[in-house]
Design a protein around this ligand. Structure first.
Ligand code: AVI
Length: 302
């Protein structure tokens, strides 16, 4: 963690890895963001999965469902009911989330073999040699447009990793938030109740606690803006004045108005996403959107 933070603070602009946002408090704040009226992403994707589950299941075909970054594993439920897969595998970095999520899911689907694996799915080399998985094709599931929080090169590497891990002839159902009117995008990441700001600010609290930082949160203001050239929302804490902070045993000067990027959220129109997926060896085989075209589920095959 110290190494990655030092690397990020040395970049121009300074940029920290987005996963640092998700300590216990950050995960709680993110759940609150998902409930905000301005942030439609989660609601739209959930409604799409519920409404189109039978069609999605028919297009996916039989196999074992493997969810990357399963978290609370709530979105997958309608798909499991429609698909009746051979087994469900939840991969997540947090054992604290995974255990209760798998228990709740098992209650809703009592006959389904459920496996929870606490791991960093971007590095996992293979799925376990478990009898419930043997002899079945693999159906990857990556909802939430989380791939948008990687830069395009990182997103491509992750899609390659999914291919390696799922194996030949596997499929991947992935949720992608769409570019839309700039006012709506900026409102989604600047919600009026202030949850987005609290989520970003919590990063400073975490750095002070875990890496002996001395950030004063009041020295920074939060900003989120649409960068049309890069098709992404940039989120940053911007220093109010020239200052120096200490972190991971080193001093870090900030100019007045200098941003510390906390996260990017890339939005891919269908053609742009399919071009990225093709670089990782995936082909588009189906696409489902809500009526307004705000969110897209892509089915990828090899
Ligand atoms: C998890 N991820 C898809 C969210 C997004 O929309 O990029 C993270 C987020 N950060 C602030 N608001 C939401």
């Amino acid at each position: 963690m110290a190494r990655l933070v030092i690397e990020g603070m040395a970049r121009r602009p300074k940029q920290l890895p987005a996963w640092l946002l998700y300590d216990a408090e950050g995960s709680r704040l993110f759940e609150a963001i998902c409930e905000q009226p301005e942030y439609g992403l989660t609601r739209t994707e959930t409604a799409l999965l519920e409404a189109r589950a039978p069609e999605l299941a028919a297009a996916l075909g039989p196999g074992v469902v493997v969810e990357f970054g399963a978290g609370s594993a709530r979105k997958v439920s309608p798909l499991l009911s429609a698909l009746q897969p051979a087994a469900y595998v939840a991969l997540d970095i947090s054992a604290d989330h995974l255990a209760p999520a798998c228990r709740a899911l098992q209650q809703r689907h009592p006959d389904l073999p459920v496996l929870g694996i606490c791991c960093d799915y971007s590095r996992l080399e293979q799925l376990p040699d478990h009898p419930a998985l043997a002899g079945h094709g693999r159906l990857g599931f990556y909802p939430g447009s989380s791939i948008g929080n990687f830069d395009p090169a990182g997103a491509r590497d992750l899609l390659r990793q999914f291919r390696r891990l799922l194996g030949p002839d596997s499929r991947l159902l992935i949720g992608i938030d769409q570019p839309k009117a700039v006012e709506r995008l900026e409102a989604a990441y600047n919600d009026a109740a202030g949850w987005s700001e609290a989520f970003a600010r919590n990063l400073l609290t975490r750095l002070n606690r875990d890496l002996e930082g001395d950030f004063h949160p009041d020295d920074f203001h939060y900003r989120a803006w649409w960068d049309a050239g890069q098709s992404r929302i940039a989120m940053a804490l911007v220093s109010r004045r020239e200052l120096e902070v200490h972190l991971a045993g080193r001093p870090w000067p900030f100019k007045a108005g200098e941003p510390l990027i906390t996260e990017y959220s890339h939005k891919y129109a269908p053609e742009a996403f399919l071009a990225l997926a093709a670089e990782a060896g995936w082909l588009g085989a189906g696409r489902w959107s809500d009526a307004a075209g705000d969110f897209c589920l892509h089915l990828l095959v090899q």
